[in-house]
Ligand binder design. Sequence first.
Ligand code: ATP
Ligand code: ATP
Ligand code: MG
Ligand code: MG
Lengths: 221, 221
Amino acid sequence: MLNLENISKVYRTDTIETLALNTINMKIEKGEFLSIMGPSGCGKSTLLNIMGLIDEPSEGRVVVANQTVADYNSKATARFRNEHLGFIFQSFHLINDLSVLDNVELPLLYRKVSSKERRRLAEEALEQVGLHNRMRHFPSQLSGGQKQRVAIARAIVGRPEIILADEPTGNLDSVMGNEIMDILLRLNEQEGTTIVMVTHDERMAQRTHRLVRLFDGSQVQ
Amino acid sequence: MLNLENISKVYRTDTIETLALNTINMKIEKGEFLSIMGPSGCGKSTLLNIMGLIDEPSEGRVVVANQTVADYNSKATARFRNEHLGFIFQSFHLINDLSVLDNVELPLLYRKVSSKERRRLAEEALEQVGLHNRMRHFPSQLSGGQKQRVAIARAIVGRPEIILADEPTGNLDSVMGNEIMDILLRLNEQEGTTIVMVTHDERMAQRTHRLVRLFDGSQVQ
Ligand SMILES: Nc1ncnc2c1ncn2[C@@H]1O[C@H](COP(=O)(O)OP(=O)(O)OP(=O)(O)O)[C@@H](O)[C@H]1O
Ligand SMILES: Nc1ncnc2c1ncn2[C@@H]1O[C@H](COP(=O)(O)OP(=O)(O)OP(=O)(O)O)[C@@H](O)[C@H]1O
Ligand SMILES: [Mg+2]
Ligand SMILES: [Mg+2]
């Protein structure tokens, strides 16, 4: 479903060149639930951003649904992202000027969904993460873990085929973290959602199909 | 050293009133290392902000070094904060326009410290958190956990008497998380730094003197 072939990523600042990813080769099967672990700064978010077609590799190619991604800035790539991918960002990226409810409805604006139906689906996703009672709040009025849960609701509301989750439980207590894992596992088992999850939490990783470890931009063991 | 007497905090939005803290009474002794745990949204950050004189309670009083805090906006309170408190925020709050090094030097601008000495102390703090090689980076060029570590370096650089740490290891792998705990424990044991740490990680909490649990704004057991 998702093929990374010889992926490398270099970041350059005025003074330093960082090889964030070094010749990564990975296949992700449809319906798989994969974890990615590794030390802080080792390339996990960079890898997820490339899988999510948000960022372009310096070398190598990304093949999604048998098509090599040619132009990361094209409308076609943007449309593919909107229609097939759900992303939970490490720093949430909620829109501060929009209410919690409007934030969660966002992915559905790209669909042919009535505003009534959009509203219903968004409220349902907020119910799942325990935040229906905060739907009129604005992000600045939420706790850290509540922001994270809104980001999760936004990623699942459109039932995307692929969910890319960058440390989705980092700001949550273990009870809530396990509830989020239950939601993701349910999507994976019942709807066949392919999930790639970056986590620092060994216990969460153990609940998934496969674990990939990164170190200094390379896949290890 | 730090007394919270009958502290309550209410947040009001257009539609909802939240009792974030409900009659909290706590004493924090000089040199203590205290952990605070509890579910997402239960009031931990609010409690830490009130301890740090960043936020004002709706009811009750905060007594620091035997003085009741009267005016949270006064120069005197601001000066006290700068001179005695180090804060690690849950969302880091790094200055995006400043380099990593300049971010870490910030707390020292309030001291009578030469720019040469400021630079030396900042580089040393960055060494401790393993980020000396990123000192010319800007926050947008850092990974999530690297941002967290810069925030930690900034909080410890001035050797403040009290450190308030809001989930300082949430974005870090367990190895790095334990290294950060080692730094905090060393400050506590060798320099007598008083530390109040919010964490979701039971293992980190077990390494501290005392654990306080919050639930729905109240202290439990
Ligand atoms: N500015 C605000 N306006 C309205 N409600 C707020 C505001 N700030 C916080 N709250 C509410 O107060 C409660 C406590 O928030 P707080 O940030 O202290 O929780 P927390 O325990 O730190 O949570 P987390 O573990 O998720 O970081 C939350 O339910 C939150 O929605
Ligand atoms: N825009 C950028 N410019 C320069 N360097 C960057 C940039 N973005 C990331 N890096 C560097 O690339 C490396 C990998 O970053 P990445 O965010 O992928 O790490 P990570 O594994 O997600 O870390 P964490 O667990 O801390 O979130 C880091 O060392 C970081 O400093
Ligand atoms: Mg990351
Ligand atoms: Mg918090």
